[in-house]
Design a protein around this ligand. Structure first.
Ligand code: PLP
Length: 443
């Protein structure tokens, strides 16, 4: 599972760096450049985890104003007090909770709090529970910090929903952290209040009061069909257990702003994170934080978000429809986020990708899968970039054949990508030649 296993230079690295995983999405960039280097056309990017909308102007202006006003120095390592107040009001107001700004910690994006909560809570052998398929960084950190990974498989036939009953067998007195992510990356699952009540009941029953739920709500604003985002922290007894995490990255189409936050159950826990921030970053750029404050408070933000969400909904509808027309592919309708997550088992079967995979050397098989081979074939021969199932949690990915297709790409590009996907899915000879060429069989 490891992303940077030391070995090429014996004796150079500490053993622990071999235990951290990675986010494959970042490995794809150089491959796209490699494919495009022949000058025979650009790759259609359906791999991206970032909205394809510009940063709303009122936020850009706030950042520029802050830069001009000289907000370019170190600042409070826990986050600017005025931003923490804005986060407390927004997170608390939307979830019906009283949030003390002293419980809020600002980070450079959503990512850092995933690893830093593991640093803070997980002792040797403690169990860390997370969904699979799920955002890869939950799994990535566990062995790095000496914990035991406990993946909870999400089932396609129950719409990838995670119920209390499904979670129960994975919990124990050793459970220290439970990652939940609604709306979900990569499945687009949105939890109902009833489902969250079942999860809360199970967690309260089966784990000690020191167990923390990390509720990753990075896609909180991107829900469709009248669905409403509900946080598990809003349920009785859960605010005391839950770390609520989110960021400006998806909601305001601002992945480069690098502002995220987490609300901790106690001030004591927030102060531990504050100290980790001091050690790692000193502080987060104040001009970005001032832009984030405007993003959270400005009346110009909700209409900008609504325009983006409506575009994602419209694209989701035709992408899922078109995917379901392709022989060998079936795709559920995601209710949030901006990804389709089609099952491509029929394609894997008709291209005999499992047999092709089984015949590969062990060194490649360790880093690949039949769906990876198809995703790479699609990239190298049809110039469409997607992500494979294995990129969303290695454990439990065996025998599961899915792709993640981001709809954060223009309509025409998406339609063309689907045409190419259909051709690739039927190209038995092309696939066999590609695998035989050995050009690129793992990320
Ligand atoms: C579920 C989830 N959580 C967290 C993140 C990290 O977001 P950020 O860019 O704010 O670090 C992502 C990014 O793709 C995500 O999908």
């Amino acid at each position: 599972m490891n992303g940077s296993a030391p070995g090429a230079s014996p004796g150079l690295f500490a053993e622990r760096v071999g235990r951290i995983g990675t986010e494959e999405a970042f490995k794809l960039g150089p491959l796209l450049t490699e494919v495009e280097a022949d000058g025979r056309g650009r790759v259609i990017r359906c791999n991206l985890g970032q909205p394809d909308f510009p940063l709303p102007t009122h936020i850009t202006e706030a950042v520029v104003d802050a830069l001009r006003a000289g907000h370019t120095t170190y600042c409070d390592p826990q986050g600017l007090p005025e931003l923490r107040r804005a986060i407390a009001a927004s997170v608390g107001g939307e979830r019906g909770l009283e949030v003390d700004p002293r419980r809020v910690v600002v980070y450079p994006g959503s990512r850092p709090s995933i690893g830093l909560t593991q640093h803070a809570y997980v002792r040797a052998g403690d169990e860390v529970v997370y969904p699979t398929p799920g955002y890869p960084l939950y799994e990535s950190f566990v062995e790095y910090v000496g914990g035991t990974p406990v993946p909870v498989p999400l089932q396609e036939d129950s719409g990838f929903a995670l119920t209390g009953e499904e979670l129960a067998p994975h919990l124990s007195l050793r459970t220290r952290l439970i990652y939940l992510n609604f709306p979900s990356n990569p499945t687009g699952g949105v939890a109902s209040e009833e489902q969250l009540a079942g999860l809360a009941e199970t967690i309260l029953e089966r784990t000690p009061p020191t167990t923390r739920v990390y509720s990753d709500e990075a896609y909180e604003a991107i829900v469709f069909d009248g669905a409403r985002h509900v946080s598990i922290a809003s349920l009785p007894g859960m605010a005391e257990r839950t770390i609520i995490a989110s960021a400006v990255s998806k909601t305001y189409s601002w992945t480069g702003g690098r502002v995220g936050w987490a609300v901790f159950p106690t001030v004591e826990e927030a102060l531990v994170q504050r100290n980790l921030n001091i050690n790692y970053y000193a502080s987060i750029p104040p001009y970005s934080q001032l832009g984030a404050k405007v993003a959270l408070e400005s009346p110009a933000s909700p209409p900008a978000i609504a325009t983006m969400v409506e575009a994602f909904r419209r694209r989701r509808d035709f992408v899922v429809d078109d995917l379901n027309q392709i022989p060998g592919i079936r795709c559920q309708l995601p209710r949030g986020a901006f990804y389709a997550f089609p099952n491509i088992s029929g394609v894997v079967e008709s291209l005999e990708a499992e047999a092709a995979f089984a015949a590969l050397p062990e060194e490649i098989r360790r880093r690949s899968s039949p769906a990876t081979l198809f995703a790479l074939f699609l990239l190298y021969r049809y110039r469409v970039a997607t992500m494979d199932r294995r990129s969303f949690g290695v454990r439990g990915s065996e025998g599961r054949h899915f792709l993640r297709i981001s709809v954060a790409t223009g309509d025409e590009d998406l339609r063309e990508a689907l045409r190419r996907l259909q051709q690739a899915a039927a190209d038995r000879k092309g696939f066999a030649d590609f695998v035989r060429s050995g050009e690129r069989l793992a990320y």
